[in-house]
Design a protein around this ligand. Structure first.
Ligand SMILES: Cc1cc2nc3c(=O)[nH]c(=O)nc-3n(C[C@H](O)[C@H](O)[C@H](O)COP(=O)(O)OP(=O)(O)OC[C@H]3O[C@@H](n4cnc5c(N)ncnc54)[C@H](O)[C@@H]3O)c2cc1C
Ligand code: FES
Ligand code: FES
Length: 1359
């Protein structure tokens, strides 16, 4: 290896010269740790979340222009950046100089809640504007497709960004006419009030656009001229980089590359690093030498010839997309059919950032059957040009190229030079298909490319290509099928025969990686069915097909269109009498939105290193139930940089504590109870050293029995936590005897991972005196963290201070587990006497901290023909995992919410928490409420189906109606506002008309079905353990008049600080700009309750109000004496008159409690009400679904801040959409969590938001119990995601009914694509399951809907 080269690149206009660049160092680490640019965030480290998005610019010498593109900094090795200019969020704009309009608009449009995704969003949009200053909506959709946000529900981000679209390019609106919504461009414009007189105090304006900064390109950093000169010089020198473990050579000449390949055949080529990178970074795969092939011009060449496109293997997928897009626009349709298929494939393949980095060569040669291009390109008869020092050869792209998973037939010394993608020929018909867990930005379960050549002027098959990815370990061509159909006519018999052959030919092993064998096989056949119809359609257009394709079949050919979500939001304006200076009730922007949008907002891991700081990495159990025989850290301790190792023996205080009589340990000492429990930890100088060393710790186990993971098995083993719960109203057993019908059934609801964008962590800093310790920690419950750290260290709480600036999302996941992590980290800091930083990687976070409890609801319900439910008996079982955590309280909430909005006169709920050998489940937004509510809504749904009544009628018949009602645990409440929400929701949703339209749609579409569902909601706010219902605050006024508020809540995106400032502003009558909240600190406000239970603002708001009122009482005499004075003068007078300008505030919430012996009590402070209605469309052949429209009416009382409350409603709802549809946790048979990152676990992306999402805050609603008549709102909206679930169920029922199947069938949550597809039973699923599928005539068109219906006569574009 030659001596190391100098690496030169620019970051935000500043030159970076690295003399010893490490090939293992990625840009994200460099920016955050070396350049001090912490605006770029770590969310997953694998390209799956977009939090680390930055813009890279390069000078393209041949095109003589600078190109800008986004990349995921977490996958971009710095050594690949030679000659590039990087712009991070800090380089775009700042609060100190000038905000960039992108930053300003996302902030002002309320598109930043916790703010952790915001810099990534800003960079994606900024890069788009650099390339296209007037984008259209589709551009924005594409640009943001690779950025996840867990808080906002995306709509406000889009609202902010769409202001960059000129009105003619906005793509508008999809909304002006249908369903009563107003034009999208009016949201957030001056649009404001509605016209109707009775709604004159209703506003739709969440932010004004008048004062937006204009887009000013002169603000943008210019591309460094030095780099342009460098590039023009076209240096042909190879670059050499030498790291401690990995070397990299970056040749610039093909011949050199081939020499290197000949010399080091096992050294992988990297270009985009999106396939190799995650393996090296996340899976510990080690390559001592890598060869960067991105500088070789021949590998980047793009040539159009008479046969088609020849594209260099190192061209990015974005380049491929641009090229084929150009061809599709310019050339005749017949020749570009194949290119259309590629385009369609690329549109759903990963996100924009990955497509910018990933190369076509890498995609193919990774030989991963989940990757989409191989099947599509193989079907198109592409060929590869491969080259080595021995010469060049052409290799057909077909199944023979792929020899096994990750392996190809290329020789070790060969390099892929380019790929030929031919034009389509006149009588060739082609298509590509994919189905994934999420429609975009997700690996496919199965992908397929298909091409048939038909003899000109006939319907005879000349050749047939079918390729599948995802049905085996490599690309699969069903050879028999392809051969045997040659010479046959493309008619229904061929379809029947093809399906029969495919069934044999596509052999999906039950042990296939990722499972779902039956589903995959059914997809393979269903895709062919689609292809068959598509070809019939096209042949019909050419007049060579006489196959009758029923019109109702055609919608199967239309893929769902991804749209940018639009919608309408409305709220009641404050009274005209309210002074304009009073911000309460107005849609104020999140207090730190500008800081979040500029990357200036600091999260715990953004704090600069403390002198001598160490890093800790946890060692977790790999067995589900085992005795620990030995822990051997000796190998780890020998590793470079390792300072120490900590385990139970190092805990100076208590390693073990009792939590409601159940033991919880920090470090497991003797017996592990799940995979993922923390056994010990390694402390090292750097995080990489700690990570590597942790892998070397040897733990010897002796496996123990029993081991089980499911609720069913726990029931068999009678493995439960105490206490069990029971609540009963009326006499259920007697009433069941009187009911006209009895239904016994069950519903299962899976768990959910929090997937807050910021993983859990902290910095523990020993102060070196009196055993004091400061913790900078991402917790929702600072007081509990402080307490646990104190217990672990054996130190009084008064010496431990927890500081919480903000959280990058919490959702309940940062209440309990973070306290244990903090205690462990504090032990390490205590032992070493040095600051220790803990920052969980995404996979470990998901493994260790767990999430929402899975629930099984078994019920027996008695009902009458008219849908009245006379009695219901429900047993809730939750999977608590291996320790109690908050499971018992969560079960309480589920049981207490089981009545929802229904007056079921005889109702019994029992709750049992199952103890299993899985990681301990914990609190999650809704805290058992969604599970409790879902079971009862399922009961209502099933009763309606069995009675043959519309579900909304059954809901209405059973709804609480009287002015004064009582819950099943005898808490009085008034349901009027719930009923108002329900009525308004159905009306705004235009429910009845749409129900009819859906029926028409369903009767005229065989393979696509729609469903609609609505639910009401009554959700208890506050803690049912009354002692938690308290809030405290400290308000200090400084001599200059500025005000510092501190309170016990934590800011995690919900806007608690903003609301606290609004409240303080109202009481003190000073502008919000004079009030500041710095952090939450246990030293300022002690013993605070967690920010949870939707009670944060109630508790904190009241406490802030109390403190401010105390101060005002002190200032009042001065104000009265000198009314003409200013605030500053009054404050100054007070100081000189020795009046204290500091006050604490306290709120003693209500004494809620439940007497579980009697099963009654005042469980909640009050109820938040709402109603939601959703419509979906499913693809019966693939299980894909599209969320068409959702309408929510929510009662938040008198909203303190409508923008924040609507943000909570939308964000919570979209999180619920994930819970009920796509978020699926998977465990191996040994209890290992398999879904440990965004690649395997899909939270909603932009494509999952209903195309139309309307949110209305109920007008004229007041809540006398909470601050300024408002209501808590954080948790309730999650449950509204269930409307999507029930709408899907209705759509499946429509499909089943048509096939002569019963419309009662089991469907567990989440309703994934697999479950939807397999529930829509048809001839294909039957075939796969080995059931009799063919009709007597052998036709696969079983159950033709109506043979008398018209068949294909018109030209239909199948997209
Ligand atoms: C978050 C995420 C989401 C994704 N989603 C999808 C998706 O939905 N669908 C999909 O199809 N793919 C998806 N991918 C995969 C992505 O398309 C591939 O990782 C990418 O195309 C690989 O290209 P690369 O340049 O990054 O390869 P690298 O990681 O740089 O290299 C990959 C492999 O290819 C070999 N190689 C590369 N070029 C050559 C060459 N010219 N000659 C010989 N060998 C070569 C390398 O040696 C290496 O083994 C996703 C990836 C990520 C990270
Ligand atoms: S951190 Fe890079 S994409 Fe998630
Ligand atoms: S604001 Fe998007 S993740 Fe929190």
């Amino acid at each position: 290896m030659s001596s190391p080269s100098e690496l030169i690149f620019f970051v935000n206009g500043k030159k970076v010269v690295q003399k010893n660049a490490d090939p293992e160092e990625v840009l994200l680490g460099f920016l955050r740790r070396k350049a001090g640019l912490t605006g770029t965030k770590y969310g997953c480290g694998g390209g799956g979340c977009g939090a680390c998005t930055v813009m890279v610019s390069r000078y393209n010498h041949s095109q003589e222009k600078v190109v800008h593109f986004t990349v995921n900094a977490c996958l971009q090795p710095i050594v690949t950046l030679h000659g590039a200019a990087v712009v991070t969020v800090e380089g775009v704009g700042s609060t100190k100089t000038k905000l960039h309009p992108v930053q300003e608009r996302i902030a002002k449009a309320h598109g930043s809640q916790c703010g952790f995704c915001t810099p990534g969003m800003v960079m994606s949009m900024y890069t788009l504007l650099r390339n296209k200053p007037q984008p259209n909506m589709e551009d924005i959709r594409e640009a943001l497709g690779g950025n996840l946000c867990r808080c906002t529900g995306y709509r406000p981000i889009i609202d902010g960004f769409k202001t960059f679209c000129g009105s003619e390019t906005s793509g508008c609106c999809q909304n002006g006419g249908g369903g009563g919504g107003k034009c999208c461009m009016e949201n957030g414009t001056n649009g404001s009030k509605t016209n109707s007189s009775e709604e004159s105090d209703i506003s739709q304006e969440l932010f004004p656009v008048d004062d937006f900064l204009p887009l000013d390109p002169s603000q943008d950093l210019i591309f460094p001229p030095e780099l342009m000169i460098m590039e023009k010089k076209l240096s042909r020198d190879a670059l050499y980089f030498q790291g401690q473990r990995v070397n990299c050579v970056a040749p610039s000449e093909l011949s050199h590359l081939l020499e290197l390949k000949a010399e080091h055949p096992s050294a992988p080529l990297i270009v985009g690093n999106t396939s190799i990178g995650p393996k090296m970074l996340l899976k510990g795969v080690h390559h001592p030498l890598v060869v960067y092939a991105g500088r070789i011009p021949e590998l980047r060449a793009v040539t159009w010839g008479k046969n088609g496109l020849t594209i260099g293997a190192a061209c990015s997928l974005s380049t491929l997309k641009e090229e084929v897009e150009k061809a599709v626009v310019k050339m005749e349709e017949e020749r570009t059919r194949g290119y259309r298929v590629i385009l369609q494939t690329l549109q759903c393949l990963a996100g924009k950032q990955i497509r910018n980095m990933a190369t076509i060569g890498g995609n193919l040669l990774s030989a991963n059957p989940k990757y989409d291009l191989s099947s599509a390109l193989a079907a198109l008869d592409c060929s590869l040009h491969v080259i080595s020092a021995d010469g060049m050869r052409s290799v057909p792209l077909n199944e023979k190229l792929f020899t096994d998973f990750g392996k190809t037939a290329l020789r070790p010394n060969e390099v892929l030079l380019s790929i030929d993608i031919p034009f389509s020929k006149p009588w060739e018909f082609v298509a590509g298909y994919r189905q994934a867990q999420r429609r975009e930005f997700a690996f496919s379960f199965v992908n397929a490319g298909m091409k048939v050549a038909i003899r000109e002027g006939t319907n005879i098959v000349e050749s047939l290509n079918i390729y599948y990815g995802g049905v085996g370990s490599t690309l699969v061509k069903p050879r028999l099928t392809c051969q045997q159909l040659i010479g046959r006519s493309w008619v229904e018999d061929l379809l029947t025969e093809a399906c029969r052959l495919l069934k044999e030919d596509v052999d999906v092993s039950p042990s296939i990686h990722g499972g779902r064998a039956e589903y995959r096989k059914s997809l393979a056949i269903s895709f062919f069915f689609k292809f068959y119809m598509q070809v019939v359609l096209e042949m019909t257009e050419r007049g060579v097909s006489d196959t009758d394709l029923p019109l109702e079949y055609l919608s199967a050919l239309k893929p769902f269109k991804n749209e940018v979500p639009q919608g309408q939001q409305s709220y009641q304006l404050v009274s005209v009498a309210q002074p304009s200076s009073d911000p309460v009730g107005r849609p104020s922007m999140h207090q730190s939105a500008f800081q979040q949008a500029t990357g200036e907002a600091k999260y715990y891991d953004d704090l600069p290193p403390v002198e001598g700081e160490l890093f800790i990495f946890m060692v977790t159990s790999t067995r589900a139930h085992a005795k620990i025989i030995n822990i051997d850290p000796s190998e780890a301790l020998k590793m470079p940089g390792v300072v120490t190792f900590v385990s139970a023996g190092d805990v100076p205080g208590a390693n073990r504590r009792l939590w409601f009589n159940n033991p919880e340990e920090l470090f497991i000492e003797e017996e592990v109870l799940c995979v993922g429990q923390i056994i010990c930890a390694v402390v090292a100088e750097s995080r990489e050293q700690a990570r590597r060393a942790a892998q070397k710790v040897q733990v010897t186990y002796q496996d123990l029995q029993p081991v089980f993971f499911t609720i069913e098995d726990a029931i068999k083993h009678k493995s439960y936590f105490e206490p069990k719960r029971k609540v009963e109203r009326g006499d259920v057993d007697e009433a069941l005897k009187t009911a006209e019908h009895i239904l016994e059934d069950e519903i299962y609801m899976g768990g959910q991972e929090h997937f807050y964008m910021e993983t859990q962590g902290l910095i523990a800093v020993p102060k070196g005196e009196n055993e004091e310790m400061d913790l900078f920690v991402s917790t929702q419950h600072a007081a509990f963290t402080q307490e646990l750290v104190g217990m672990a260290l054996g130190i009084d709480s008064n010496k431990i201070t927890c500081h919480v600036k903000r959280l990058g999302g919490g959702f309940g996941g940062k209440v309990m587990k973070i306290a244990a992590l903090s205690a462990i980290t504090a032990v390490a800091a205590h032992k070493t006497g040095r600051a220790v930083r803990c920052c969980l990687e995404r996979g470990d976070d998901m493994l260790i901290t767990s999430g929402r409890h899975p629930f099984l609801g078994k019920y027996k319900v008695g009902y009458n023909n008219d849908g009245t439910i006379v009695a219901a008996d429900v047993i809730y079982y939750s999977n608590g995992g291996c320790t109690l955590d908050e499971s018992a309280f969560i079960m309480d909430k589920a049981v207490l919410h089981m009545d929802n909005g229904y007056k079921i006169p005889n109702l019994r709920g029992r709750g049992v928490v199952c103890k299993t050998y899985l990681p301990s489940y914990t609190a999650f937004r809704g805290f058992g409420g969604p599970q409790g509510l879902t079971v009862i809504e399922s009961v209502l749904h099933e009763v309606a189906v069995r009675c043959g009544l519309p579900p909304e009628k059954v809901r209405e018949i059973n709804m609480y109606r009287e002015e004064q009602c009582y819950t099943h645990y005898k808490q009085p409440f008034c349901p009027t506002d719930m009923v108002r929400c329900w009525d308004e929701c159905l009306e705004r949703a235009n429910y009845q008309d749409r129900l009819q339209a859906i029926q028409v749609f369903n009767s005229s579409n065989r393979w696509k079905k729609r469903g609609i569902a609505a639910v009401p909601q009554k959700f208890g706010v506050g803690f049912s353990k009354g002692f938690y219902n308290q809030g405290a605050a400290l308000v200090n006024i400084f001599k200059d008049g500025s005000v510092l508020v501190t309170h016990g809540g934590t800011e995690m995106g919900q806007g608690i600080n903003t609301k606290a400032i609004q409240i303080a502003s109202r009481v003190l009558k000073v502008p919000m700009s004079s009030i500041f909240i710095k952090e939450t600190c246990t030293g300022n406000v002690p013993n605070a309750a967690p920010s949870a239970a939707s009670f944060g603002t109630d508790a904190v708001g009241m406490a802030v109000k109390d403190a401010c009122e105390k101060l005002m009482r002190r200032l009042q005499p001065l104000m009265e004496k000198n009314p003409q004075n200013t605030w500053k003068q009054w404050v100054s007078d007070a100081f000189f008159q020795k009046i204290s300008l500091s006050a604490t505030g306290f709120f003693m919430g209500p004494p809620t409690d439940v007497d579980w012996e009697k099963g009654e009590g005042q469980a909640y402070y009050y109820f938040t009400f709402g109603a939601c209605c959703s419509e979906v469309e499913i693809d019966c052949l693939t299980g894909d679904h599209k969320n068409i429209r959702t309408d929510i009416v929510m009662d938040v009382g008198r909203s303190i801040n409508p923008a924040l409350d609507i943000g909570q409603v939308e964000g919570g709802f979209v999180q619920g959409v994930g819970l009920y549809t796509i978020e699926e946790l998977q465990f191996s048979p040994d209890g290992v969590l398999m879904t440990r990152g965004p690649s395997q676990y899909k939270v909603p992306a932009l494509c999952d938001v209903p195309a139309q999402l309307n949110v209305h805050l109920l007008a004229d609603a007041e809540n006398p119990y909470a601050i300024y008549l408002s209501k808590g709102i954080g948790e309730p909206p999650v449950f509204f995601g269930s409307t999507i679930f029930f709408a899907i169920k209705a759509a499946i029922a429509a499909a089943r009914k048509e096939r002569g199947l019963g419309d009662t069938f089991p469907l567990s949550s989440p309703a994934t694509a697999e479950k939807i597809r397999m529930a829509c039973q048809d001839q294909f699923t039957k075939m796969v399951r080995g059931l009799q599928a063919m009709s007597n005539t052998g036709s696969v068109f079983l159950n033709k809907v109506t043979s008398e219906k018209p068949c294909l006569a018109v030209k239909v574009h199948p997209c």
